[in-house]
Design a protein around this ligand. Structure first.
Ligand code: GDP
Length: 137
């Protein structure tokens, strides 16, 4: 079974969307294998998004990601990396398909409710950033 990392970002948590996001995962046959809530420091957000360090939105993105609590989850299922990305919708909510999480709830290209790993290698390193093996059921 494939695994991926999902994050409900600070805007998703503050808008009361934790239950709604999890409902969409479970409704689509995705299993939650680990879950916790935390509040990232700016440094921890910078570490997570290190791949975007050279982007002009890096400062703003990491300030946003450390602005409030987030929910991090390990999702498990067949083809779950792609399935989760499909449920999330495009990065820019204006381009996201109808019925996706970002289309329904995002208000901004940056404040787009959820994060999901984009490939098997990033899924492994992103899961490791938040969870140890013993956390994953
Ligand atoms: P994702 O895989 O769909 O989350 O997209 P990316 O990996 O390309 O970008 C990571 C995150 O950076 C996105 O989810 C957004 O929160 C943010 N982001 C991406 N592009 C932009 C942009 O052009 N401007 C701003 N302010 N934020 C962006």
């Amino acid at each position: 079974m494939e695994k991926t990392l999902s994050i409900i970002k600070p805007d998703g948590v503050s808008k009361g969307l934790i239950g709604e996001v999890i409902r969409r995962f479970e409704k689509n046959g995705i299993k939650i294998a680990a879950m916790r809530m935390l509040w990232l420091t700016k440094k921890e957000a910078e570490g997570f998004y290190a791949v975007h360090k050279s982007k002009k939105f890096f400062e703003s993105l990491t300030t946003f990601m450390s602005s409030g609590p987030i929910v991090v989850m390990v999702l498990e299922g067949e083809n779950v990396i792609a399935k989760n990305r499909e449920l999330m919708g495009a990065t820019n909510y204006l381009e996201a398909k109808e019925g996706t999480i970002r289309k329904d709830f995002a208000t901004d290209i940056e404040k787009n409710i959820v994060h999901g790993s984009d490939a098997p290698e990033t899924a492994v390193s992103e899961i490791k950033y938040f969870f140890c093996d013993l956390d994953i059921v």
